[in-house]
Design a protein around this ligand. Sequence first.
Ligand SMILES: Nc1ncnc2c1ncn2[C@@H]1O[C@H](COP(=O)(O)OP(=O)(O)O)[C@@H](O)[C@H]1O
Ligand SMILES: CC(=O)N[C@@H](CCC(=O)OP(=O)(O)O)C(=O)O
Length: 296
Amino acid sequence: MFMENQSDLRARTLMEALPYIRRFAGQTIVVKYGGHAMVDEELKESFALNLILLRTVGIYPVVVHGGGPQIGNLLKRLDIESEFVDGMRVTSPEVMDVVKMVLIGEVNTSIVAMLNQHGGNAVGLSGHSAGLVQAEKLKLTKRVKDGQPPEIVDLGLVGKPMTVNPQVLQTLEHGKFIPVIAPVGQGPDGESLNINADLVASALASGLRAQKLVLLTDTPGVMGDKQNLISEMTKVQARELMDKQTVTGGMIPKLNCCLDALDHGVASAHIIDGRAKNALLLELFTDQGVGTILKG
Ligand SMILES: Nc1ncnc2c1ncn2[C@@H]1O[C@H](COP(=O)(O)OP(=O)(O)O)[C@@H](O)[C@H]1O
Ligand SMILES: CC(=O)N[C@@H](CCC(=O)OP(=O)(O)O)C(=O)O
């Protein structure tokens, strides 16, 4: 009987990626990078190498990063209070200064540095860069007191993306660069607005007509009632899971971002585990994937 040796096995594994490379070459994939994958150095390196591999085989990754925990740490060190309403950080002008320092100054630079250390040709941007993410203040309506009508809650300098100008990203793609974007948007008067990174990733995926939106987080994917991983779901199932409250907390805005991207022509949205090495490659280059896929 024919026995496969180590090098045959390795060659077969490499060849298995070929159909996926063919399918996605020339396509844009927007990746939201956050959570554990961003603080653990080994995972950070694995993520950087995954992106570089994608770019090398002709796929265009666009990275949007978070940094909520890092912002929280600096606010604490500076003794500045910060609170969240429905997953959004109430952002005073003082907090906005810290958000920019951390997201643009620290987190963005460190991701760009990691990618470029491995020859990634990464370029750091924010929503201000060439009008990339134009935003408006987010008006959140919430029932503050039981039995009373909902009120508009003032979140300060928190934005939602209104228009994106993908031209700068398309130029970078043609130059074989990897764009890395901090989720700070430009308000109508040129001011900086703090935007949830999932929202920015979703808006850019829609604006770029990306093939995929991939959100890395700190769970294996979307979990069902029995803590089972749901590998695949339709838009209808996603809405049912939210209605039944199987999905709660931070996963609600994530699923809504996925649904929004699908409604705007993105072919599929993925929620995957940022704590697992090579999660991005395994999700893209295998049929079964490793997380949850939502299809349009
Ligand atoms: N059904 C669910 N499946 C997976 N995660 C869920 C579910 N319901 C609620 N969650 C919560 O959503 C969290 C992910 O959202 P969030 O903390 O905002 O992620 P991130 O910081 O990566 O943006 C998970 O850690 C989990 O606690
Ligand atoms: C308005 C708002 O809440 N903005 C977020 C921006 C960073 C972010 O989204 O980071 P994660 O993806 O790591 O949560 C914040 O200030 O934390």
